[in-house]
Design a protein around this ligand. Structure first.
Ligand SMILES: [Zn+2]
Length: 247
């Protein structure tokens, strides 16, 4: 997981149809309604998805896997729109209906991260400060999950080889890793394949004196740490540790 820099301006449909829908939901809430029907054609509109694909370099905002060469990807709500739970054993509560079409609340996620792991869980470290309606400020909330457009995930999560761990026991790093499936076996396996390739490149790049092969290896390593590269968070940690940390 790495930082996501979304453009400041939201795709137009969120400002037009999205804002109109938000007004409808707010009016419904004020009439006493607590369930809402959301329009995926607005928050999941082609222009929204394309803007997220571009901002996130076609990667899932959680696991950093590239998405659209194998699946469509989901437009995911950081704060759940319909219902949330503070913990797995908690009952469902009315969600953040007023943020369903909010640009800052939307990310591109792979289907596994979105549908299998995240679901409705949205724990806060201060649950009594939760914004339970549009009338309450979000600014008092302290979400346990890292928001990559606000937080720098690399301050909270690093890697030993291919396995993520919370830096200095970061509570937020730990919750994000554990609850959102960032150590699921298939994902670790995929990252480990990537790690081994990078390690070979690293060994080649360290050759002294340099050769054309070691220069090419270095150029590939330089690309592997860019925001646009798959598993850039892991690659940066591995290179920083000179591939010496073991899982
Ligand atoms: Zn994912």
């Amino acid at each position: 997981m790495i930082r996501v820099n979304k453009p400041h301006d939201a795709p137009a449909i969120l400002n037009t149809k999205g804002k109109a829908k938000r007004r409808e939901h707010v009016a419904a809430y004020n009439r006493g309604e607590r369930t809402f029907s959301f329009d995926a054609k607005i928050y999941g509109h082609k222009t929204v998805k394309e803007a997220l694909i571009k901002a996130q370099h076609d990667k899932c905002f959680l696991c950093e896997s590239k998405i659209t060469h194998i699946s469509h990807g989901d437009v995911e709500h950081f704060r759940p729109k319909a219902a949330y739970r503070q913990s797995a054993s908690d009952t469902l509560h009315t969600g953040y209906y007023w943020l369903a079409y909010e640009w800052s609340n939307l990310f591109l996620a792979c289907q596994l991260c979105n549908q299998v792991f995240k679901k409705n869980l949205f724990p806060l470290s201060n649950p009594t400060a939760r914004a339970t309606s549009h009338k309450k400020p979000l600014s008092r909330e302290k979400p346990l999950y890292l928001d990559p457009s606000v937080d720098d995930p690399e301050q909270h999560i690093s890697f030993r080889r291919e396995v993520p761990f919370p830096i200095n026991g970061s509570e937020r790093g730990k919750a994000t890793i554990t609850d959102l499936g960032l150590t699921r076996p298939k994902l670790n396996e995929k990252r480990f394949e990537h790690y081994r390739l990078l390690q070979s490149l690293y060994d080649l790049a360290c050759m002294n004196p340099p050769t054309p092969e070691s220069d090419r290896a270095q150029a590939l390593l330089d690309r592997a740490v860019l925001d646009s590269a798959e598993y850039a968070g892991m690659s940066r940690a591995a290179i920083k540790a000179s591939f010496k940390l073991v899982a």
